[in-house]
Design a protein around this ligand. Structure first.
Ligand code: S3P
Length: 177
């Protein structure tokens, strides 16, 4: 499917490791819409990596996240924007996502998420140690209501990004037909 859907601002939301960036790039290829990644934008605008920004403070990172989310949301459709896993925590951001476009929540099973992200890899919120599973599960639990509040939920296991892309294209074509 290419070029058949009405242009929109498509936001991918979900926990770390849900596959937002890979699926976002696939969707962008399939739809012929530009792809952007909010974390990459924050890094290129500040000249700092996400871990370096978190070293200043998480609050600083959240301010930058809101600033660039708003800026991106004001750009004309169509585009696909992959967001960071914590974008939904601020009410202001949830409002922007709901008001300006269509958000899809990649609701990947927590054990699949954990297996993907447990080694950290540039993610400052992934803890070390024996307690890592419990701490991340608790963060995941706390965020569920926020993810579900901004858009439609796609329940997922360990499907490939290609399959997830097809599922989203199907969902979009149903909601717009
Ligand atoms: C975060 C998720 C990260 C990144 C930052 C904070 C979060 O993005 O924005 O480390 O709060 O869950 P990914 O979801 O792309 O890993």
């Amino acid at each position: 499917m290419t070029g058949q859907l009405p242009p929109e601002r498509l936001y991918l939301v979900g926990f770390m490791g849900a596959g937002k960036s890979t699926v976002g790039r696939n969707l962008s290829d399939r739809l012929g819409w530009p792809y952007r990644d909010l974390d990459d934008i924050i890094e290129s605008e500040t000249g700092k990596s996400i871990p370096e920004i978190f070293e200043m403070s998480e609050e600083r990172f959240r301010e930058l996240e809101t600033k660039y989310l708003i800026r991106e949301s004001e750009k004309p459709p169509p585009f696909v924007l992959a967001t960071g896993g914590g974008v939904v925590v601020r009410e202001k951001n949830r409002d922007v996502l709901k008001r300006t476009g269509t958000a899809i929540y990649l609701n990947v099973d927590f054990d699949v998420i954990y297996a993907r992200i447990k080694f950290g890899e540039g993610r400052p919120l992934v803890p070390d140690g024996d307690d890592a599973y419990r701490k991340l599960k608790s963060l995941w639990d706390d965020r569920q209501e926020y993810y579900s509040a901004v858009g439609s939920t796609l329940p997922l296991g360990d499907e490939s990004p290609e399959i997830v892309t097809e599922m989203i294209l199907d969902e979009l074509s149903q909601t717009t037909s």
